[in-house]
Design a protein around this ligand. Structure first.
Ligand SMILES: [Zn+2]
Length: 356
């Protein structure tokens, strides 16, 4: 593996900025005008019917919404141009605290987070929300980036998992990517996010229970045979779950058990990185357009590394070239997904797309 460099800086408003690269990053930090104050105070309220927390982050309403390319906040800060989130001429991968976080850690010595006193249970929304910019190139994607960059991205995920899970309040870390306007993306610059939760969210709680009872993913792989595989190599497998909820849903996991990418061998890092690129190029070829999806990384919550197997889920938002998959009445109201395509059809279709 090439070298792995990490540079840690503090932005003018106090937020952490990390620059990762295969080469050491030594550019001087560009001076910026005084920043807007950064004092988020999100809070949680308990939903007694759904038995889950709802997060309130009112400041998120001020988020940057579809800025023109010249004002993209994730591009490098160019000479004589407005200061972006990344005060350098160039970078490989950048990670920084979200300016509009849904969760926030109590800053040392800073004001305490608080929740309003209500008739229902409430709590400060403690956690961490980070933005991970994959490239300085505004129009790149996980599929079009060079393999070496995708490998770096997998290693950055491993590093973020290690750092965030080491924090006392953090119980579960979820990197994810929303891609495309259909999924509500307001900034097209290639990026993902990383949320550190101070509790186990409901979807993960069920998953955690399933893994505690038996090796549910390994059992599934054994039972399925190759019928649902899209492609495999000695380290990873991409397949359609035989209970897919979204059209063209694909899961990606390692052949060997891993709780998260922090225990990968170099070969597994390389294979997973190559597979990420393949899946996205395959999706983009499916309807000859950038394919909208949600990509979710599920690694073991704190204390669950013995059972919980790392995997990635791709949940696409297109049924056909011009028809969106809506999560509508039955899905939202009852939690029961309706699908017009069977997983067998999905697997057959995706397996036969060539040149990806
Ligand atoms: Zn950009």
């Amino acid at each position: 593996m090439p070298p792995f460099h990490k540079r840690q800086e503090c932005k003018a408003d106090g937020r952490q900025l990390l620059i990762y690269g295969t080469q050491a990053h030594t550019q001087p930090l560009k001076k910026a005008p005084p920043p807007l104050p950064f004092q988020p105070n999100p809070h949680l309220r308990w939903h007694p019917f759904r038995q889950e927390w709802v997060c309130y982050a009112a400041h998120r309403q001020d988020r940057t919404f579809k800025p023109p390319v010249a004002y993209c906040p994730f591009c490098p800060t160019r000479e004589d141009r407005f200061p972006t989130e990344i005060p350098f001429d160039d970078f490989e991968v950048a990670v920084f605290e979200n300016r509009f976080p849904a969760f926030h850690l109590q800053a040392q010595g800073g004001p305490e987070l608080f929740a309003p006193e209500l008739l229902i249970p409430s709590a400060p929304a403690i956690g961490q929300c980070e933005v991970m910019v994959y490239s300085a190139g505004h129009t790149d994607s996980l599929g079009s980036l060079p393999q070496l960059r995708r490998e770096l991205i997998v290693r950055v995920w491993a590093d973020r998992y290690r750092d965030l899970l080491a924090l006392e309040p953090i119980q579960f870390v979820m990197p994810f990517e929303n891609r495309g306007e259909a999924v509500g993306v307001t900034l097209p610059h290639p990026h993902g996010q990383i949320y550190g939760f101070s509790y186990i969210p409901p979807v993960v709680e069920k998953m955690q229970q399933a893994f505690r009872e038996k090796p549910v993913l390994q059992d599934l792989r054994q039972m399925m045979g190759e019928q649902y595989d899209i492609f495999t190599d000695e380290a990873v497998v991409a397949f359609v779950p035989p209970f897919q909820r979204y059209p063209y849903e694909v899961w990606l996991t390692t052949q060997a058990f891993h709780p998260g990418p922090w225990t990968f061998s170099d070969q597994e890092t390389r294979s997973l990185a190559a597979a990420l690129g393949k899946i996205i190029r395959l999706y983009d070829r499916l309807f000859d357009q950038p394919f909208p999806y949600i990509m979710l990384l599920y690694a073991a919550p704190k204390g669950e590394a013995q059972h919980f197997q790392f995997h990635i889920q791709f949940l696409p938002f297109l049924r056909t070239a011009d028809k969106l998959k809506y999560v509508a009445g039955c899905e939202t109201g009852a939690g029961t997904f309706l699908s017009v395509m069977t997983p067998e059809e999905t697997a057959a279709r995706l397996r036969h797309i060539e040149s990806f």
